[in-house]
Ligand binder design. Structure first.
Ligand code: MN3
Length: 299
C-alpha cells in the first residue's frame, strides 16, 4: 500500500503561539504531502512499494540507482515528518515540561541534567548547516544527540530516533524568519514527552536474560544475578573491599568498586533487584563484575 500523510493528533492552531496555524498548514499539508507523493511515485510498481520506511531506509544501498536518491529524500522526508508531527502536543496539554521515569534517567546518564540536554539539542540544531534535523536517538545502550542533513534519518546508521526537530526553513520561517534558535526554544514548549518515552521504551536493547540467570556467590550462598538486591551489592562491595590489596586476589579492588557502583545504581533507580534495572546497565554491571566475559573487541 502506498504511503499517506497521517492526520495530526491536534488542531492546526493548537501549537500556537509557539508554532502558528499557517506554518502547520503549509508544513503538514504541502511539504509532508509532497514527500509522500514523490516517494510513492518513485516506488510505484517496484518490489519496494509499500515497504515501511523503517525497513526501507536501512537498505537504501539495495535500491535501483535511478530511484535511490529520490527515495532517500522522500521516504526519508515522509518518515521524519511522521516522527516530528507525532512528537508534538499543545503546550500544557501533553506538550512541554520535562520527561519522567526511565527516559529522564537515560537523559541524565548521558547529559547530567535535562537543562544540559536541551542546550545540547539547541546547539546541535544550530550547528546543522543548511537543511536538516537534530535528533535524540538510542544506540542500544544509551541516548545520544546526532544531526542529519536533508531528509536523512539516524535509522540508516542503525540508531533508533526518539525525537527530532526539523530545522528546514519551511518549519519556522513564517513564524521566526531567520531566528532558528528562537524556534528551537519554542519547539521545546510543545514536545510530547509521553510519546518520546514510549519510543524509548520500545527501542531495541541488548537481551540480558542469560545474564540475569548467571549464578553468583554472595557470602557463600549461591544466588542468581538478576535476583540480587541493594543489600547484596553492598555486602559484596564491603567484603571484597576488605580483601583489596591482598596479593593473590588480582582485580579484587576493581570488582569491589563495581559492586559499589551496582549498589549506587540500584539505590538511584529505586530498583528492588538487578532485574529491575535497564538492560544496558545490567550488561555493563555484569561486565564490570566479571560475571560475563568481555566481548571480542572490548579490551
Ligand atoms: Mn519539514
Amino acid at each position: 500500500m502506498a504511503y499517506s500523510v497521517p492526520d495530526l493528533n491536534y488542531a492546526y492552531d493548537a501549537l500556537e503561539p509557539h508554532i502558528s496555524e499557517a506554518t502547520m498548514r503549509v508544513h503538514h499539508d504541502k511539504h509532508h504531502q509532497a514527500y509522500v507523493d514523490k516517494a510513492n511515485a518513485a516506488l510505484d510498481a517496484t518490489e519496494w512499494e509499500g515497504i515501511k520506511p523503517i525497513k526501507l531506509l536501512p537498505r537504501l544501498d539495495e535500491l535501483p540507482e535511478e530511484i535511490r536518491e529520490t527515495v532517500r529524500n522522500n521516504a526519508g522526508g515522509y518518515y521524519n515528518h511522521n516522527i516530528f508531527f507525532r512528537s508534538m502536543a499543545p503546550a500544557g496539554e501533553g506538550g512541554g515540561g520535562e520527561p519522567a521515569g526511565k527516559l529522564l534517567n537515560a537523559i541524565k546518564d548521558t547529559f547530567r541534567t535535562f537543562e544540559v540536554f536541551k542546550e545540547t539539542m539547541e546547539a546541535a540544531a544550530m550547528s546543522t548547516f543548511g537543511s536538516g534535523w537534530a535528533w535524540l536517538v538510542h544506540d542500544g545502550s544509551r541516548v545520544l544527540i546526532v544531526t542529519t542533513t536533508n531528509q536523512d534519518n539516524p535509522i540508516t546508521d542503525g540508531l533508533t530516533p526518539l525525537l527530532g526537530v526539523d530545522v528546514w526553513e519551511h518549519a519556522y520561517y513564517l513564524d521566526y524568519e531567520n531566528r532558528r534558535a528562537d524556534y528551537v526554544k519554542a519547539w521545546f514548549e510543545v514536545v510530547n514527552w509521553e510519546v518520546v518515552a514510549k519510543r524509548y521504551a520500545d527501542a531495541p536493547v541488548p537481551d540480558v536474560s542469560h545474564i540475569l540467570q548467571r549464578p553468583v556467590s554472595i557470602s557463600g550462598t549461591q544466588r542468581v544475578f538478576g535476583e540480587l538486591t541493594l543489600d547484596d551489592a553492598r555486602t559484596q562491595s564491603a567484603e571484597l573491599g576488605a580483601l583489596a590489596g591482598w596479593g593473590p586476589m588480582a582485580k579484587v579492588g576493581s570488582i569491589a568498586r563495581a559492586w559499589g557502583e551496582l549498589a549506587k545504581n540500584l539505590e538511584g533507580r529505586g530498583a528492588a533487584t538487578v532485574a529491575d534495572l535497564e538492560p544496558p546497565m545490567i550488561k555493563q554491571a555484569a561486565l564490570d563484575l566479571w560475571i560475563i566475559a568481555p566481548e571480542r573487541g572490548m579490551i
